[in-house]
Design a binder for this molecule. Structure first.
Ligand code: DMJ
Length: 404
């Protein structure tokens, strides 16, 4: 079907972010798992159609592009600006594509966007969600939930994908800076002392956390081993605390499924804000990482309970659907693709031996498509040799960003 029927030449305005993480990521992962060239060819076809989105004055992409015509723009409701997560979550896929094709152009485009974001990177590493594609300045809310989330995830994962070498150290540096910022947003509820990540607009913190931000415990756990012993322990323990909070997002409702976001009020711990559940994966994703990295079977138990709640409330004859209200158990009529790509995959992996997609050989893109970590010395067609970075990252003299 992919060889004979899949055709990307559509007059369709596609989200650059969603198409990258779902389609390019899915095809590249299938290529890595099967070795069948058709998947690489198709990944390249659609990536080529997305590439003009990065032709902006700053290198920060427009977030929508017409797949057949190649004209790019931003959604009207952002006032013409780009969204942080939509603009900084293509690095893994496009770097992988350059590695596998030997053509550096994909990597160059997505790294230029990070370089642009790094130019105005704040001291606490927390970047607001709206970014001007002309000059890279950012404004609006700071969040690890919707519209911010995977930008931070990819800083860490690009470092892992690059074998944690000096050439990708700038990613790690940016990520560590952002994690200091994350720590500054942590507050604890009363009476039960659940740790949560606030949102921030200018100097004001809001006691609200999206379920989407529940990818953060997994990210912190995954990144913890890159710190020295003492800091690693602190970060891992924060990851465990946040995972407990996220698990309680589920446990605190009538269906035992989490709402879309939570509000924290003194004396009342957490309460559901937006009531729907669209089968999102972030909490089970974090449980998967925590189980792999700590070996603590409690995370399997929590994952099993969440799985049972999906079975009980969301399963219908033809598949699964979300809920419009997690307390009233009202069903919607949609099964999001990330339920198969992520939610069920992470649950499957939570109950598989760690040798299934080992974390030292694979890195999951933000849609849970595993990409093989390629030994940089063995990069196909020698991306190290061929790739001449055209941009420098602040004053760094070394590294992939630095022009060596
Ligand atoms: C997925 O598409 C990805 O995980 C993305 O980064 C944000 N969240 C959705 C699923 O909730």
């Amino acid at each position: 079907w992919v060889a004979n029927t899949l055709d990307f030449n559509k007059t369709y305005d596609a989200s650059v972010f969603e198409t990258t993480i779902r389609v390019v990521g899915g095809l590249l992962s299938t290529y890595d798992l099967s070795g069948d060239n058709i998947f690489l060819e198709k990944a390249r076809d659609i990536a080529d159609r997305l590439l003009p989105a990065w032709d902006t004055p700053s290198g920060i992409p427009y977030n929508i592009i017409n797949l057949a015509r190649g004209n790019a723009h931003n959604p009207g409701w952002t006032g013409g600006d780009s969204i942080l997560a939509d603009s900084g979550t293509e690095q893994l896929e496009f770097i992988a594509l350059s590695q596998r094709t030997g053509d550096p152009k994909y990597q160059e485009k997505v790294e230029k966007a990070i370089v642009a974001l790094n130019k105005t990177f704040p001291a606490d590493g927390l970047v607001p969600i709206y970014v001007n594609p002309n000059d890279g300045t950012a404004y609006g809310t700071i969040t690890f939930g919707a519209m911010g989330d995977s930008f931070y995830e990819y800083l860490l994962k690009a470092w892992i994908q690059g074998n944690k070498t000096s050439s990708v150290k700038p990613y790690r540096d940016m990520w560590e800076t952002s994690m200091k910022g994350l720590v500054s947003l942590i507050r604890r509820s009363s009476p039960s002392s659940f740790a949560y990540i606030c949102e921030k607009t200018r100097e004001t913190l809001t006691d609200k956390m999206d379920e989407l931000a529940c990818f953060a415990p997994g990210m912190l756990a995954l990144g913890s081993s890159g710190y020295g012993k003492v800091e690693a322990k602190k970060i891992l323990s924060l990851a465990e605390e946040l995972a407990w909070t996220c698990y309680n997002f589920y446990q605190s409702t009538h269906t035992k499924l989490a709402g879309e976001n939570y509000l924290f009020n003194p004396g009342r711990d957490m309460s559901v804000g937006t009531t729907w559940n669209i089968l999102r994966p972030e909490t089970v994703e974090s449980l998967f990482y925590l189980w792999r990295l700590t070996g603590n079977v409690t995370y399997q138990e929590w994952g099993w309970n969440i799985f049972q709640a999906f079975e009980k409330n969301c399963r219908i004859e033809s598949g699964y659907v979300g809920l419009t209200d997690v307390n009233l158990a009202l069903k919607d009529n949609k099964m999001q693709t990330f339920f198969l790509a992520e939610t069920l995959k992470y649950l499957y992996l939570l109950f598989s031996p760690p040798t299934v997609i080992p974390l030292d050989e694979w890195v999951f893109n933000t849609e849970a498509h595993p990409l093989r970590i390629v030994n940089r010395n063995d990069d196909i067609a020698g991306s190290e040799r061929q790739h001449k970075p055209t941009v420098g990252l602040q004053s760094r003299k070394t590294g992939r960003f630095g022009g060596n």
